[in-house]
Design a protein around this ligand. Structure first.
Ligand SMILES: *Cc1c(COP(=O)(O)O)cnc(C)c1O
Length: 222
């Protein structure tokens, strides 16, 4: 399936009016498709695999803002830290410490989102509320990183009430955490919503959506 330029322009328009960031999720898609959306003005792209991201970043324009949205292993952190714009899926203090260490080496401050477990499904990664508090409080002592908000994935379900409830829960957790002493006052990023549920996510307060198949077509199963 070819890349859907029409959908990209429409989404950029719709989201731009609401000041919501569109992250175009390009995992498994060729660089030509990414270039096609870049040529329409899209600059934020999301990838799930470290090696794939590094290879694409090498050949594509260097003003692309690369978002890492996959599950990041500590031993791969150093590959992306020198250039990544935002790491969405921080789900342990161990991982955050590794990002901090590599960021200091690279002379950068790397922006991170903590991943929250909101879905019913057992398999989705993420922190619970206690763990979030622990990691957030510990983050104040770590150089080279900045916690800019939260990321979550709702259940893969047609149950609108369920999905809406999970997004609402994420928003409420963000509001509670932001009141903790030492948390910077800047508005937090709420990275929630994908092709199938982004409208619900926006209604519930999303500030950043991660959209793949709507822009690039369905992915082949890996
Ligand atoms: C693949 C992926 C997306 C995009 O999913 P679509 O349903 O294709 O829009 C968003 N977020 C994460 C974390 C992903 O892994």
């Amino acid at each position: 399936m070819p890349v859907n330029k029409e959908a990209c322009l429409q989404l950029k328009n719709e989201l731009g009016l609401k000041h919501i960031t569109l992250v175009a999720v390009s995992k498994t898609k060729p660089v030509e498709d990414i270039q096609a959306l870049y040529d329409l003005g899209q600059r934020d792209f999301g990838e799930n695999y470290v090696q794939e991201l590094a290879e694409k970043a090498r050949v594509l324009p260097n003003d692309i803002r690369w978002h890492f949205i996959g599950h990041l292993q500590t031993n791969k952190v150093k590959v992306i830290v020198p250039f990544v714009q935002l790491i969405h899926g921080v789900d342990s203090l161990k991982l955050l410490k590794e990002i901090s260490k590599e960021a200091v080496k690279a002379g950068r401050v790397v922006q991170c989102l903590l991943q929250v477990h909101i879905a019913q499904e057992e398999t989705k990664f993420g922190l619970n509320e206690n763990e979030l508090e622990t990691v957030l409080d510990a983050s104040h002592e770590l150089p080279g990183i900045e916690i800019c908000g939260l990321m979550g994935m709702a259940s893969f379900s047609n149950d609108v009430t369920l999905v809406r409830g999970e997004f609402r829960q994420l928003k409420q957790i963000a509001e509670r955490l932001q009141k903790r002493p030492g948390t910077p006052g800047a508005p937090w990023i709420l990275s929630m919503g994908m092709s199938g549920d982004y409208q619900l996510a926006i209604e519930e307060g999303s500030t950043m959506v991660r959209i793949g198949s709507l822009l690039f077509g369905e992915r082949d199963k890996k």
